[in-house]
Design a protein around this ligand. Structure first.
Ligand code: FUC
Length: 766
């Protein structure tokens, strides 16, 4: 069970013989500030472009590999804070056992009965107190006896290389080893000081160096045990015996302050937090936590209908999700995603990375980084519709940092103004191309992030936010003004070198000029900057240049199979991996809406051909993206078939984490976005309730879902038809609603309300 307060996260394993509390702090990454920009790149750039234009893709790739890639070639990895292990003496297999995670209160619980009584553990991660709080109670007749030890960060077994694979290990009750206890290993990176006098365990250490970048962070983890039982300290552990009740408070911090400043004092921070928390009793801590969490969670409710399956434990529901009718599981999936976002991305924290803040080892898959050619953006797709706009704040700050670090990358590597980021970034906001040209040499990561933030602005149009966003978009757009080049065949402005994310074309590389995704992303970026600049009254001449460049971007093209071309050339049918997980050229359809059924039926049809050829199922996030796309096409039943595959045991673990073996959180977020997209869409200046409602959800309601234009909506439907639509927003603002083939205007009243009731005249007064 994952818990988190945005910054400090824990996984609870719920063992009877041992409780493992596996910890993460969101700034505990490898390395220290570093500059990976490669000064050789600029001189090689003209030759690489020339080779690409001559169709010498392999030669271009070799040269790019030698001259254009980041130094070091890999970015820094996210880490883990290790484990606190509570090993219970004299434990016996339980009689009854239950584990739960209450999404309404963000409290995880493990309860079991023994021959002598029962044990209850409650755990939450409090944002107001910045603590992980674990309370254990024993019923009369039972006693709690345990040793609290620490196991430092370590490498865990690597993911299977075949990541098209799936989550297959289902927990079967019969196989549970209730008494299993892992050994506490000595932490080699730091020190442990246990004190019985004040019931504390202080762990200090430093992060790891990686790829020649030295370790530059220190961290501290402080545990405080409050109990009427007996306390004893020995070596690096604390022993508690004969307790009826134990309260364990945990605080964690690192010395990270900003991408260029690691001068914090984590020991002082954790001592302060523990001192403050120790002065408050459990009920007070819990009340503050629940009130704070509900401030986020209660903004949105969803009901997609019930069935017998909903009464089963979640692991069983997931196991049956592909075959059983369980609409409530989809509703739960949305709320679980909201829970994960609230728990891993709050104002002031780092954004949710590939594993949120629930990474187990010092060697997470793909470094547990911010992969910005899809994954990080997808993490934030559900934020606004799910009424969690506040959770986007960390992403805004990441882009602000990147715009500074990426300006150096743009200058050094491309002699360009503005800023650029390629397909990944890390805690230090590295922006240069990594891993190898086939993946890394893609200049649109920063631009896509800007577009994601502009989408946030569209949902919550706030002038102050636009002021903040404007310079970020301006810098990104400037980079493209300086680096877009003419297609020699006269089709317009294009990027080069670039690639269609991670997808090999038929000529032994992915490197190319002018892939569709780049043109679509840059088209959006220019549109946004021009709209924003005009609104703010800025940069008249520059905006004209940007509008002109936008008009000259090479157009989207339909290929010989009727598909939307992924590349500027009609290569799609000959690409070696026809069902590749990335569907980058469909960015224009979703999350963007520049290709849409209303204004561009021909391109939309072509996008549908491409999507069909790609197939319905891939890894977790890629499956989720497909569901979003089918929803945007208005094909709810198709989206629903895909969702069932996403929610089933091949792609969802028993704890509902998305599988990208081992685990990647983006699928959870993308899947939630798809479900909301099926219920309410907003693009092109219109609200579209139930735009892709599947037959499987005939009755339901959603409350607090957000849409473009600052709208908060409640909707209800019966027998597949909209019965009530309530909008809240800016008093007297005008909106357009499209439903069931009709388009009608909706004006909010002086109190900011509009109500549509089935049977009433939609044109009539609210
Ligand atoms: C991209 C994807 C992989 C994975 C990784 C984090 O490289 O192609 O599937 O999601 O990011």
């Amino acid at each position: 069970m994952p818990i988190g307060n945005g910054r400090f996260g824990a996984m609870l394993f719920g063992g009877v013989g041992q409780e493992r509390v596996q910890l993460n702090e969101d700034t505990l990454w490898a390395g220290s500030p570093y500059t990976p920009d490669n000064p050789d790149a600029l001189a090689a750039l003209p030759e690489i472009r020339k080779l690409i234009f001559e169709g010498k893709y392999k030669e271009a790739t070799e040269l790019a590999s030698a001259r254009m890639m980041a130094k070091p070639l890999q970015q820094m990895s996210y880490g883990t804070l290790g484990d606190l292990l509570l090993t219970f003496e004299g434990a016996r297999p339980p009689r009854r056992y239950e584990r739960s995670l209450d999404l309404k209160t963000a409290i995880a619980r493990t309860r079991f009965t023994t021959a002598r009584g029962s044990i209850d553990r409650e755990c939450f991660a409090s944002a107001p107190d910045q603590l992980v709080v674990l309370r254990m109670t024993a019923s009369a007749g039972e006693r709690i006896n345990f040793t609290l030890g620490y196991r430092g960060p370590r490498e865990v077994q690597k993911a299977p290389p075949d990541y098209q694979g799936a989550a297959t290990e289902l927990v079967e009750d019969a196989k549970v080893d209730w008494l299993k206890a892992e050994p506490v290993e000595e932490d080699r990176s730091g020190a442990i000081v246990a004190s019985a006098a004040d019931g504390s365990l202080l762990i200090t250490g430093h992060n790891k160096a990686q790829n020649g970048v030295p370790a530059g962070l220190t961290y501290a983890l402080l545990g405080k045990v409050i109990t009427e039982g007996k306390l004893h300290a020995s070596g690096g552990s604390l022993t508690v015996s004969g307790a009826r009740e134990v309260l364990l408070l945990l605080a964690a911090a690192t010395s990270y302050r900003r991408y260029d400043d690691s001068s914090g004092d984590p020991v002082a921070i954790v001592r302060k937090r523990i001192a403050a928390g120790s002065g408050r009793n459990y009920a007070v801590l819990k009340r503050a936590h629940v009130a704070d969490y509900r401030g986020f969670f209660d903004r949105f409710a969803i009901d997609l209908g019930q069935s017998a399956a909903a009464k089963l434990p979640t692991d069983r529901r997931v196991a049956k999700a592909e075959s059983a009718d369980d609409p409530a599981l989809a509703a739960l999936y949305v709320q679980y995603a909201r829970y994960l976002l609230i728990s891993s991305s709050r104002p002031g924290t780092q954004p949710a990375n590939l594993q949120g803040i629930w990474n187990e080892g010092t060697n997470p898959p793909w470094g547990g980084k911010y992969t910005i050619n899809i994954n990080t953006e997808m993490n934030y797709w559900p934020a606004d519709p799910a009424n969690l706009g506040l959770c986007v704040e960390p992403l805004v700050r990441l882009v602000e940092d990147l715009s500074v670090r990426g300006a150096a990358t743009a200058k050094t590597m491309y002699a360009a103004r503005g800023w650029v980021a390629h397909h990944n970034t890390d805690l230090w906001r590295a922006a240069a191309p990594i891993d190898g040209p086939l993946w890394g040499l893609w200049p649109c990561g920063g631009a896509w992030l800007c577009n994601a933030l502009y989408r946030h602005y569209q949902f919550s149009p706030d002038a102050a936010f636009l002021e903040r966003l404007y310079p970020l978009m301006r810098g990104s757009a400037l980079f493209f003004l300086d680096t877009l080049i003419e297609d020699p065949k006269g089709r317009g402005l294009i990027t080069s070198p670039s690639l269609s994310p991670e997808h090999e074309h038929p000529f032994g590389s992915s490197l190319c000029a002018g892939p569709a995704m780049d043109r679509q992303i840059i088209r959006d970026l220019f549109d946004h900057i021009v709209a924003a600049g005009r609104k703010l009254g800025r940069d008249t001449a520059l905006l004209e240049q940007m509008a002109a460049a936008r008009a000259r971007l090479a157009l989207d093209r339909v290929g010989k199979s009727g598909q939307l071309q992924e590349w500027l050339e009609d290569w799609d049918d000959d690409a070696p991996e026809q069902q590749h997980r990335h569907v980058s050229h469909l960015y224009g359809l979703y999350p963007s809406s520049q290709i849409n059924v209303r204004d561009m039926p021909a391109l939309t049809e072509a996008a549908k051909v491409s999507l069909t050829k790609r197939g319905d199922f891939a890894t977790g996030w890629a499956t989720a993206w497909r569901a979003c796309l089918w929803a945007r096409l208005g094909e709810g039943n198709h989206a629903h078939v895909i969702l069932k595959g996403l929610l089933g045991p091949k792609r969802t673990y028993p704890n509902m984490f998305d599988a990208h073996p081992p685990f990647q959180i983006d699928g959870n977020f993308g899947g939630a976005a798809a479900i909301m997209e099926m219920l309410l869409q907003s693009w092109g200046g219109e609200l579209r309730p139930l735009a892709a409602l599947p037959a499987a959800w005939p009755n339901g309601s959603v409350k607090g879902i957000r849409a473009e234009g600052g709208i908060v909506a409640d909707l209800e439907w019966r027998a597949g038809k909209l019965t009530t639509l309530l909008l809240r927003g800016m008093p007297q603002s005008g909106h357009s609603i499209r439903y069931d083939g009709t388009l009608w205007p909706a004006r909010l009243d002086v109190n900011g309300f509009y109500r549509f009731q089935a049977g009433s005249d939609p044109q009539g007064p609210a």
